[in-house]
Design a protein around this ligand. Structure first.
Ligand code: GDP
Length: 295
């Protein structure tokens, strides 16, 4: 995960880690390299610049040049700032409703259906919940099938109504079904398209308005870098979602999406997907991620 970024940051901070004598010049040079590493990882230039400016200000404020261990202090400042950029503290999801309704949104191929299964499995096994998965992709029977396969795999019931073309009606019927059957969490997997289009946005916005979910999650493929951030922005403008799910972090992803998304949409990353299997899900902890990135 983020190997290239980790290597580049490691070599950028190497000088500070090794040198006894730290000067204003090598602090500035180091920060320039840090900025370059972030931009290479697909972090937006403006965000990368703000990041290094903040670290610089803090370094000056804490008199880094005269500190006992200036190199270590700089590394700590970079780590703290990276943690802040990714969201500070970890944020959970709202499970207070009965049932608690979770609406999944995102483009086709982002990993929405897989993540819906992973989340149901996580809530069932780790939080002792009794979830209901809902298939709301009314255009692709294959997607409905896929959710049934996932549900079978993890032993979670899947609600679908093939032939019904109204995702709002399906969602409402699923919530009524959950109330009757004692499912305390309802996870609604919606239709995505390959790119943002108005029909998809209107459809998900209509579902959102009609069912008023406890939690609206936006799923995005971390491999798509800057596109991930732009897609997040577009979905957030329509849905004002509660959190981001970053998938495919097990791939050769550069890290830009993980680092930039929070500061662009001001919504936390809540979970990450780290593989195709049903247990490849982790709660997102910004400080742990910063540790991993900085090695
Ligand atoms: P959807 O169209 O958004 O519902 O996407 P799917 O859930 O069908 O996922 C698209 C593809 O990505 C599938 O082949 C999944 O197995 C794969 N996938 C989903 N999440 C992850 C992940 O975290 N890691 C990896 N490596 N593959 C994933």
């Amino acid at each position: 995960m983020f190997d290239s970024l980790s290597d580049k940051l490691d070599s950028a901070l190497h000088v500070l880690k090794g040198h006894g004598q730290i000067t204003e010049v090598n602090v500035a040079e180091t920060l320039k390299e840090v900025r370059r590493a972030l931009v290479d990882a697909d972090v937006n230039y403006k965000i990368a610049k703000e990041f290094t400016n903040t670290v610089k200000e803090k370094a000056l404020g804490q008199n880094v040049l005269t500190a006992l261990k200036p190199g270590q202090l700089m590394v700590k400042l970079v780590k703290d700032e990276l943690t802040q950029l990714m969201g500070g503290d970890a944020e959970g999801i709202d499970l207070s409703g009965n049932p608690s309704v979770i609406l999944m949104s995102g483009l086709q191929g982002s990993g929405k259906t897989t993540f819906s299964g992973k989340l149901a499995n996580y809530l069932k096994t780790k939080k002792s919940k009794n979830p209901l998965l809902v298939a709301c992709d009314v255009y692709r029977p294959a997607a409905i099938n896929q959710l049934h396969v996932v549900g079978e795999q993890i032993g979670v019931e899947v609600f679908s109504d093939e032939g019904n073309q109204d995702p709002v009606a399906i969602s409402k019927a699923a919530i009524a079904h959950a109330k009757q059957n004692g499912n305390n969490v309802v996870i609604i997997d919606t239709a995505g398209r390959l790119a943002i289009d108005e029909a998809m946005m209107t459809e998900i916005a209509n579902i959102h308005r009609a069912i008023e979910p406890n939690e609206t999650l936006f799923v995005v493929d971390s491999m798509t870098g800057q596109d991930a951030v732009n897609t997040a922005k577009a979905f957030n403008e329509r849905l004002n979602f509660d959190g981001v799910i970053l998938t495919k972090l097990d791939g050769d992803t550069r890290g830009g999406a993980a680092i930039s998304i929070k500061s662009v949409v001001d919504k936390p990353i809540k979970f990450i997907g780290t593989g195709e299997k049903m247990d490849a899900i982790d709660v997102f902890y910004p400080s742990r991620m910063a540790d991993r990135i900085l090695g």
